[in-house]
Design a binder for this molecule. Structure first.
Ligand SMILES: [Fe+2]
Ligand SMILES: [Fe+2]
Length: 492
């Protein structure tokens, strides 16, 4: 075959492979982005599966199924409404029902072909809890256990016991951020289930058999292997990440973070400082510190496009001097838009994409607005606003506050604790009065605690930085007024 023909053939192969991948991707995206109510789709699947696998008569099935749907609608829909992030992203609801029915279906298969003892809500509850939170996990525990009552009415006592076991699973698994913890909790649940089984045997609800003991003992452990194996794929498809998945993104090996370090070292350092601030504040007010920290690493990822246009990366030259304010505004706003694009391209968590869009909210770029206003008094501040939206959840609010505080503190000449405290207080007040935090869910008490935590972290960070040259005996630094001496005196 001549070279050019070979090359063409290769090209064609690549194209068909690409189209193949594209098709697969489209099929999946229809599943996850379709407007059809995922509950109805998944419920129909469950209906079909039970009819086909269990060969129930239609009347009995219809009765029980309607009952289940009603129960499901009443309890889970009203409860899910109050769960964090379910109001913001439809994707949470989709993933909930998807996991719920898939793991329910697996339970039906296991019940049919292995035995009722191997049915357990552990798989579904732990997957739902680590991805969607404790409350969603608890709700699923009720329904996943009720499958068993429907299919094995003679073992209802055991199924009721499993509801408690499922609840406990959600409780235990909700704090998990390492895989090994999951296995440990599975072991605890196994012990609990076995204890429950023996209790039921003693009270004559169940008949003792070695087979039951083995199956009840093995199920949660096998489920853990499945959870750990399935988790990365579910995260990739749904873009809803567990703490385990987020921690992996935050190990600084991600190609986007490496690119940020190379192209925009100033931004990289800023993001790092921000992650400390956000993490401590999140921990203090009782929201997710891992989301706050790892989200902060990625919040300015869009600055990799034109790093030199952002102060933290400028050494001497400021390219904005050569631009008119409206152009500067466009370049600055672009880091948010481009960051969002990168988040989608790299399938970062949807919450990270939110953090990218929301960390500037709809704030005005005051410097360029004032510059434009000096030239043309007709300029309105709306022309110089970020596109938003405003922070929609607490971690996003924290990030917005931390972003402004971190930038402002850098310009402080003598960052004494009092000065830092005043500055942080002023910035938080300012953002609150701008009404940027209206949708974030942050209360005034939260803001107070965040201000205290920020001051604490900033003072600590500067403390070390200023102390270092003194120890090294660097004459140039020593000639500067060392504010820490007064701080130290206070501490002593
Ligand atoms: Fe930014
Ligand atoms: Fe930033």
């Amino acid at each position: 075959m001549p070279m050019s023909a070979q090359k063409k053939q290769k090209e064609q192969n690549r194209i068909s492979l690409n189209t193949g991948f594209q098709r697969i991707k489209e099929t999946f995206s229809i599943l996850f982005t379709s407007r059809a109510d995922p509950f109805i789709v998944a419920a129909l699947l469950a209906l079909l599966s039970v009819l086909l696998i269990w060969q129930w008569d239609v009347f009995r099935f219809f009765f029980i199924f309607v009952l289940l749907v009603l129960l499901e609608l009443i309890v889970s829909e009203s409860a899910l409404k109050t769960v964090r992030f379910f109001q913001i992203h439809q994707q949470y609801r989709r993933t909930f029902y998807f996991l719920f029915f898939i793991t329910g279906f697996l339970n039906i298969l296991v019940g049919k072909y292995i035995g009722f003892q191997a049915m357990s809500p552990f798989l579904g509850v732990s997957l739902i809890t680590v991805l969607l939170g404790k409350r969603a996990g608890q709700i699923s525990a009720i329904f996943l256990s009720s499958f068993l009552i429907l299919l094995f009415p003679s073992h209802s006592a055991f199924s009721f016991f499993l509801i408690i076991s499922g609840y406990l699973t959600a409780q235990l698994v909700s704090g998990v951020d390492r895989r090994i913890e999951l296995t440990f909790h599975a072991f605890l649940i196994t012990l609990f289930n076995l204890g429950g089984y023996f209790f039921l045997v003693l009270s004559n609800f169940e008949i003792f058999s070695m087979r039951s003991v083995i199956l009840i003992g093995v199920t949660p452990l096998v489920s853990t292997v499945l959870v750990i194996g399935m988790l990365p794929y579910i995260e990739w498809i749904s873009r809803i990440y567990s703490n385990i998945g987020m921690l992996e993104l935050g190990n600084l090996n991600h190609s986007l973070l490496k690119e940020l370090m190379q192209k925009a070292p100033g931004t990289y350092f800023h993001s790092f400082m921000l992650s400390n601030l956000s993490e401590s504040a999140a921990e203090r007010i009782g929201v997710n510190p891992i989301l706050a920290r790892v989200g902060a690493y990625f919040h300015d990822i869009g600055k990799t496009k034109k790093p030199d246009f952002f102060t933290e990366n400028q050494v001497e030259d400021n390219p904005h001097n050569r631009l008119n304010p409206s152009m500067s505004y466009l370049v600055l706003t672009e880091h948010v838009k481009f960051g969002g694009e990168l988040a989608r391209k790299y399938r970062l968590p949807i919450l990270f994409e939110d953090l990218i869009y929301q960390h500037h909210g709809t704030r005005v770029q005051k410097f360029f607005y004032n510059k434009a206003k000096n030239k043309d008094t007709e300029t309105s501040d709306d022309q110089y606003r970020y596109s938003g939206p405003k922070p929609q959840f607490k971690e996003a609010g924290i990030l917005m506050l931390a972003d402004s505080c971190e930038a402002a503190v850098k310009s402080l000449e003598n960052p004494s604790p009092q000065k830092v405290q005043e500055l942080v207080g002023d910035i938080i007040n300012g953002i609150y009065l701008e009404r940027q935090l209206d949708d974030s869910g942050l209360t005034l008490k939260d803001l107070e605690e965040i201000a205290q935590e920020f001051t604490h972290v900033i003072v600590k960070a500067y403390h070390k930085r200023i102390e270092y040259p003194k120890e090294a005996g660097d004459g140039t630094e020593e000639s500067k007024p060392i504010i820490k001496t007064e701080e130290k005196a206070k501490e002593e």
